[in-house]
Design a protein around this ligand. Sequence first.
Ligand SMILES: Cc1ncc(COP(=O)(O)O)c(C=O)c1O
Ligand SMILES: N[C@@H](CCOP(=O)(O)O)C(=O)O
Length: 464
Amino acid sequence: MRYVSTRGAAPSLNFEEVLLTGLAEDGGLYVPESLPQFSQAQLGDMAALDYPALAGQIIAPFVGDCIEREDLAGIVRETYAGFRHPAVAPMVQLDHDQWVLELFHGPTLAFKDFALQLLGRLLDHVLERRGERVVIMGATSGDTGSAAIEGCRRCRNVDIFILHPHGRVSEVQRRQMTTVQGEGIHNLAVEGNFDDCQAMVKASFRERGFLPDGRGLVAVNSINWARIMAQVVYYFYAALALGAPARPVSFSVPTGNFGDIFAGYLARGMGLPVERLVIATNRNDVLHRIMTTRVYARQPLQPSLSPSMDISVSSNFERLLFDLYGRDGAALAAMMARFDGGDITLSDVAMAEARERFASVRVDDDATCEQIARTWADCGYLLDPHSAIGYHAARRSATPGTPMVTLATAHPAKFPDAVAAAGVAEAPRLPAHLADLFDRPEHYSVIANDLQAVHAAMAAKIRR
Ligand SMILES: Cc1ncc(COP(=O)(O)O)c(C=O)c1O
Ligand SMILES: N[C@@H](CCOP(=O)(O)O)C(=O)O
């Protein structure tokens, strides 16, 4: 399997090389040259597999011959053995044709664990074999950070730096990152927003002067292909459990950086019968505005009750644009250069194709609270604010007879303030392994919203 850049001017890479990077040299994102295909018969056989076995089968063609099959199967099995639910990604039915896929049974209680628990192990395996050290850099609006730290903290050959927007993540999210002790683990609270943090990570792939000689830089955000690859699996798992390939299934996905829903789009491209993919946004509705106005434009970020989706530059949308524009890297490079200087308007053809594949719904804080309260009252089921946005959008977008699966992307205990704002009296409890989270000492540095300051802080801490 080879991977090409969406901007067409960077060398193609194999899986191992893609894993060990972030942005391509030309500023683009890596995507597979072509997608593996699964026939109806293969999908039928896959329906009997448990989550780790299914993951092994789906991931193998993306990894190619970079990792021995047996080693990969062992890594995948070990990855999901650490989840707190035996099914790994269980589903709960909330209404006729309405399901939630619980993706919060990993160690940090968000869907990011599915990919970052795997990515940490893959990195460890590959770096140990190559005898190399790398610097890991990530931007987080709350969940990627803790999942990346948890996924990589046992890696022997990494220093990890996570940038979060100071004061703009929930207290539980912040503590999940800042209470993890370790020599190579560093949390930087940037005096800016998530877009600022993400822009710094991307810029660091161009300006590498802060790295010690020859040290590689690896992204843990969904710009790293390995993240997306791992997230494809749970679409298969859910759809197969609900009757695919004989029966099509729809998904509603709370969306910010467009990584999670892009994984669903790929699953469909690989042969899974996915009828509808619903983009569910919060008040930071850049993706909903593209779908309704054709214009992709940054907007000032407004804090919301679903802080992990407070994003206005939606990185993975570039991967979709690449497909919508016929995989023409030069056209994409020109388009993204225009976006850097302002905004872009999608062509009629591209927009028609996008609307054929995706629906979109914007859900504000009031509607989020109403959804949390109603689902609690009707079913005794507590949604976190991100999942509530997904479920609200799912209810508005359902087609009779087709199961609709909402991706429940985080555990409600990560967002007790949102749950209280929804009027639910019962405070969600953290699982036992995090019960003393508020007693653990925190370690982080507040830093100016300035790339040079961030690089200087990193350079001082990277182990030689
Ligand atoms: C809890 C939660 N839900 C939804 C999202 C949105 O996912 P994506 O950025 O892949 O669209 C995020 C963060 O990305 C998140 O942390
Ligand atoms: N919502 C994320 C933001 C980063 O998105 P990613 O999927 O590209 O890592 C977060 O919670 O940190």
